[in-house]
Design a protein around this ligand. Structure first.
Ligand SMILES: NC(=O)c1ccc[n+]([C@@H]2O[C@H](COP(=O)([O-])OP(=O)(O)OC[C@H]3O[C@@H](n4cnc5c(N)ncnc54)[C@H](OP(=O)(O)O)[C@@H]3O)[C@@H](O)[C@H]2O)c1
Length: 306
């Protein structure tokens, strides 16, 4: 089968669509025939070596690329309950250093990283949900905002930010979204009550809208201290890049670290979140997808189709 791998770090040209043996599921695992696999910032960070430099990804001879997947189960390992061949699923490959990941014709995942979806699901759109949606849900768990609380979301037009806005609004949390000036309609459509253009003086603009500052923040654009300064004393902030700011003024500062969670993904898929697709490309054009993602300004995910 074909799979996207890297053997060395560098620009998009180090991405290879290699011919590799089709993997077999072990105990507790399923194999998915991939219908769609989204391209995420972590794929770029893997390819460039940024994750290895940051101590997150041990160097290996071959590293597979891709976290998100939507497809159909075509083989089931032993000791798997609840999945059968032919089930339509989405899932998340959350281990960094595997030689084969989701941007491939087939992928093997632990069954507990997989969620069943209905057979008529739009698999291209659904492939954008696992990484962004689960990160948003897990960040909101940490933030622990209550209905009626105010939540600052930076990077609100992105995948993590956009799902955070949607999930928070559904929970009755009042969202202050920070995104590009052209994104106001988009993020309000996702459920944001307030909007701050990213060109603004962030803490001042937030405190104009919410006197005293917001209760909590999910900093999906990693603006750090600027987001923290918009949070009220004793509030909380969740960072997505492991570079959380110092916990000044009694603010509880945490990092979210995504983990695959099939049952939670099943719940998220049932909520009817808006899954945004920027474009669909064949698997062979993975390098072009990286170039476009790195150029910035995409709204929605690029999705590879084997
Ligand atoms: N810790 C974890 O477990 C975890 C999990 C998933 C993702 N992440 C990380 O979280 C980050 C966001 O991921 P993502 O998938 O949401 O990326 P994304 O879809 O590319 O979204 C990032 C968004 O932030 C916007 N942005 C950049 N600078 C901004 C600023 N100063 N103010 C407001 N918005 C700004 C970008 O706009 P432009 O495109 O116009 O620049 C883009 O819309 C990435 O670094 C990713 O690696 C971490």
């Amino acid at each position: 089968m074909k799979a996207v791998i890297v053997r060395s770090f560098g620009g998009p040209e180090v991405l290879e669509v290699a011919e590799v043996p089709t993997p077999e599921p072990g105990p507790g695992q399923v194999r998915i025939r991939v219908a769609a696999a989204a391209v995420n910032p972590v794929d770029v960070q893997t390819r460039t070596g940024a994750l290895t430099a940051g101590g997150l990804l041990p160097k290996r001879e071959v590293i597979g690329i891709g976290w998100d997947v939507a497809g159909v189960i075509d083989e089931v390992g032993s000791q798997v309950a609840g999945f059968r061949r032919g089930d339509t699923v989405i899932g998340l490959s959350d281990r960094l250093a595997l030689p084969l990941k989701t941007q491939a014709e087939h992928v093997v995942l632990d069954a507990d990283a997989v969620a069943a979806v209905s057979a008529d699901t739009d698999l291209v759109a659904a492939a954008t949900l696992p990484l962004g949606g689960l990160t948003a849900a897990q960040a909101l768990d940490i933030a622990a905002a209550k209905p009626g609380d105010t939540l600052l979301v930076t990077g609100a037009a992105g995948a993590v930010g956009g799902y955070t806005v949607q999930l928070a609004a559904l929970a009755g949390v009042r969202v202050v979204a920070v995104a590009g000036a052209d994104d106001e309609e988009l993020v309000r459509g996702l459920g944001a009550e307030f909007f701050v253009p990213r060109s603004a003086d962030l803490p001042a603009a937030v405190r104009d809208l919410v006197p005293g500052g917001v209760h909590t923040a999910v900093d999906a654009a990693s603006v750090g201290m600027l987001a923290l300064d918009g949070v009220r004393s004793g509030g909380s902030l969740v960072s997505v890049l492991g570079n959380a700011p110092m916990p000044l003024r009694g603010i509880r500062v945490s990092n979210v670290w995504i983990r695959a969670d099939g049952p939670r993904l099943t719940e998220l898929a049932a909520v009817g979140l808006r899954c945004r697709v920027a474009d669909v490309l064949p698997l062979d054009e993975v390098a072009e997808a990286h170039r476009r993602l790195e150029a910035g300004g995409l709204r929605g995910r690029l999705v590879l189709v084997p």
